[in-house]
Design a protein around this ligand. Structure first.
Ligand code: ATP
Ligand code: FE
Length: 353
């Protein structure tokens, strides 16, 4: 099977082609991602109208580039997969309209994909994981533990009740005058820092369950920064490094501690602990999660970063998996701003899959 995937739910326009021959490992024939960071930079955040227009302009270009890079034409495809939500509705609509256009012109079947399912199924594309596995999705917009039990079978074990961890890294960077995206900048600064200097909270660790909270950390960081400034009249490079290291350690401890609980709460027979999302790039966090997996006797799976952040290969792959199970969407496929993962998609209801 060969599937073209489209992704346009946030600020990356992407198209990819994934192929799987019977019984063989899937291959990514092409994966094209065009970011919009420079368009949104002047506004300090993603502007939905600008994103939607940019997606509409770039989708066709991305599709052509992906097909060219894969060395195939539309007639070599078996299906078109597209992110149908959740996300910024204008962007999702652009993608769905583009996919419907191609489907109408070629007669190819259309498969709507949940963006989060794309992230959650990526370890099957990269590492061939079997169900069930535990997935930690930790990015700038999301944070949740999912027990992945089937192509359409996810159980959310817990997640953030406020900010996502990537957002906390970004805000921390802003408060300390470091560049965006904040994650890599804070990680770099933290290397020279003392993580024990500031006692930041480990929110919700005293409560049962896998829910997390990161918004209080940013307030704690702001207070600690202001206390240093009040005492010394400014913050030195070392102060900043210590603040970053202490903050990063708090996020690490929460993610690792809750991962331990999620493993305990997940079904027996887990095949791995997998991570996705930009925050999974953080080496300290990754090392702590590796330890948690090792303690539980589980392999730790972290797909390459380009497949952990937003991309269309994961959409093509999730679409391929759904298509193989018989999922087909019609021209009435809707773009959904909200789409909880543990809700079955209409296309498979009644098929018993
Ligand atoms: P989503 O795709 O969930 O809507 P997003 O597009 O913001 O959100 P990603 O592209 O997966 O998500 O990740 C970006 C986030 O990851 C940013 O908040 C960034 O600061 C964070 N991040 C990237 N690298 C690191 C790192 N080394 N340490 C911590 N955080 C990081
Ligand atoms: Fe995403």
């Amino acid at each position: 099977l060969t599937v073209l995937g489209l992704e346009s739910s946030c600020d990356d326009t992407a198209a990819a082609v994934v192929r799987q021959r019977d019984g063989a490992r899937p291959e990514i024939l092409a994966s094209v991602v065009k970011g919009q960071a420079e368009l949104h930079a002047p506004f300090g955040g993603v502007v939905p109208e600008i994103a939607a227009r940019a997606h509409a302009e770039k989708l066709d270009i991305c599709v052509e580039a992906a097909l060219a890079a894969a060395g195939i034409g539309l007639s070599d495809l078996d299906a078109i997969a597209v992110t149908a939500g959740p996300g910024l509705i204008g962007g999702v609509l652009s993608g769905v309209m583009c996919a419907k256009g191609i489907a109408a012109a070629t007669g190819l079947p259309l498969v709507g994909v949940n963006h989060l399912a794309g992230h959650a199924l990526t370890p099957r594309l990269t590492d061939g994981l079997d169900f069930p596995y535990l997935m930690l999705l930790a990015s700038g917009g999301h944070c949740q533990f999912l027990s992945v039990e089937g192509v359409e079978d996810f159980t959310r074990l817990g997640g953030t009740i406020d900010d996502a961890p990537g957002e906390a890294f970004d805000k921390t960077a802003k408060l300390l005058g470091l560049p965006q995206p904040g994650g890599p900048a804070v990680e770099r600064a933290a290397e020279a820092g003392d993580a024990r200097r500031f006692a930041f909270p480990r929110p919700l660790m005293d409560r049962p369950g896998c829910d997390m909270s990161f918004s209080g950390l940013k307030t704690a960081l702001l207070r600690a920064r202001d206390a240093v400034i009040a005492e010394k009249g400014g913050i030195t490079v070392q102060d900043r490094a210590d603040l970053c290291a202490s903050f990063q350690a708090a996020v690490r401890d929460v993610l690792a501690g809750k991962a331990r609980r999620a493993i305990a709460a997940a079904p027996v027979g887990l095949t791995a602990l997998a991570v996705a999302g930009g925050v999974a790039a953080n080496r300290a966090i990754r090392a702590a999660l590796e330890d948690v997996a090792a303690e539980a006797g589980l392999p730790f799976v972290a797909p390459p970063l380009a497949l952990c952040t937003d991309n269309a290969a994961m959409i093509a792959w999730a679409g391929l998996e759904r298509f193989r199970l018989g999922a087909r969407d019609g021209m009435d496929l809707a773009a959904r701003p909200r789409w909880p993962l543990d809700e079955k998609s209409p296309a498979l209801i009644g098929t018993g899959k």
